[in-house]
Design a protein around this ligand. Structure first.
Ligand code: CP3
Length: 367
């Protein structure tokens, strides 16, 4: 597939723990409702799924944050819940209510009936990946993504977001074998889905384990981490243009399990704001087999005035410390991001201040 050569490879270099002249930055949910141009395109599309399933709209909104800010990566505009939707659960997004499944999976019969969906049902996602790659024309790399098997299971069993995870944990504790069967199907579906994104042009892939952190120690390793590992084991190593594709795993609330996650076959670990980056770096960032770290400023920092945002950016950069500078070897690297998705109430000018602060300060940190 003839895609344009990459002009800014800072993000990919940092994923591979290679030296860069600044710390790359992108933001989880960088395309979203805090941008008035996103709200306008969404109104034209009629609904969130109308936006996500239309290749031209999905391409347009993916590029919107890049036209405003000098971000170092783009992320596919879609949602993690497209996979269970393709499994037949009936996804809808009610205005102001978040996602909902018409047919949640709660008993043995429903779990036995689950299978890896026909990827043709997700063709709109792969078409969007290729379209976005073309529209980017090599400006920055494109990240594809999926939910983790556990995080998808939370939505599939609960049927919507949850504050206590009662239904999914009831299933896990009372029928662990059924839970394992659900997670196996999810892992194989996620791997097939990510491989199709890679074949369509994704240059890195990220697994969002947004709800891994709600599990007990022990349960996390058995019901979340083991299935993320099962996904990683099945991923293609090479992208559409023959370049290797780095893999990012983000576990919200996973800071206490970094040593377990060091064993994952991935290049980057995403961390939330509860994690001390210096400590994370010493646990997983150094040496052979070390991981790049991605994160981790509190998204609520973006509600403070620009001067305070700059101070908070400095704290995060200094907490990681100097990335290594030897262009010939691999060593600790940092990819700046939020610790979770950006809020819809964020003032867009504050994002500009954050991105400028990361670029400016991280260059100075290397001097
Ligand atoms: O990062 C990006 O810019 C890419 C797009 C993206 C979306 N969802 C678009 C979206 C990504 C990477 C996701 C991932 C996602 N979706 C996760 C994992 C990341 C995380 O935040 O933990 C989860 C848990 C979901 C499920 C989901 N989708 C929820 C809970 C909601 C409602 C949340 C809300 O803010 O209302 C969505 C809807 C959604 N997905 C929106 C966007 C921009 C907002 C919906 C809208 O425009 O109406």
């Amino acid at each position: 597939m003839p895609f344009a050569p990459l002009k800014n490879d800072t993000f990919l270099r940092a994923c591979w723990r290679q030296a860069t002249d600044h710390t790359p930055v992108w933001l989880m949910r960088q395309a979203g409702r805090y941008l008035p141009e996103y709200v306008a395109t969404r109104a034209k599309a009629g609904s969130f799924m109308g936006l996500a399933t239309n290749v031209d709209y999905a391409t347009e909104v993916t590029l919107q944050p890049l036209d405003r800010y000098p971000l170092d990566a783009a992320i596919l505009f879609s949602d993690i819940l497209t996979v269970p939707d393709a499994m037949g659960l009936g996804l809808s997004f009610e205005a102001g209510e978040g996602p909902r499944f018409a047919r949640p999976v709660r008993d043995e019969a429903a779990i036995s009936a689950l299978a890896v969906p026909d990827m043709d049902k997700l063709r709109y996602v792969f078409d969007a990946v290729t379209s976005i790659r073309k529209a980017l024309a090599g400006r920055v790399p494109l990240i594809g993504f999926s939910g983790s098997p556990w995080t998808l299971a939370c939505y599939m069993v609960e049927g919507a977001g949850s504050s206590d995870y009662r239904l999914v944990k009831t299933l896990m504790y009372s029928r662990p074998n059924l839970m394992h069967r659900l997670l196996e199907v999810n892992a194989d579906a996620v791997a097939t889905y990510l491989n199709a994104q890679i074949a369509a042009g994704a240059q890195a892939v990220m697994v969002f384990d947004s709800w891994g952190g709600v599990l007990a120690d022990g349960a996390f390793q058995a019901f979340s981490l083991a299935y993320t590992a099962r996904v990683l084991a099945q991923l293609r190593r090479e992208g559409a243009d023959g370049h290797p594709v780095p893999r990012i795993v983000f576990t919200k609330g996973g800071g206490l399990w970094l040593q377990d996650m060091r064993a994952l076959d991935c290049e980057v670990l995403g961390v939330d704001w509860t994690v001390n980056l210096a400590r994370a770096r010493s646990l997983v960032g150094e040496g052979k087999g070390g991981k790049a770290l991605q994160g981790n400023i509190d998204p609520n920092v973006l509600f403070a005035p620009p001067a305070q945002i700059e101070t908070e950016v400095a704290k995060v950069l200094q907490s990681f410390g100097k990335p290594h500078k030897d262009m010939q070897t691999n060593g600790p690297t940092h990819i700046f991001n939020l610790g979770h998705g950006i809020s819809q109430f964020t003032p867009p000018e504050h994002v500009a201040a954050l991105v400028a602060a990361v670029h400016g300060q991280s260059r100075a940190l290397r001097a």
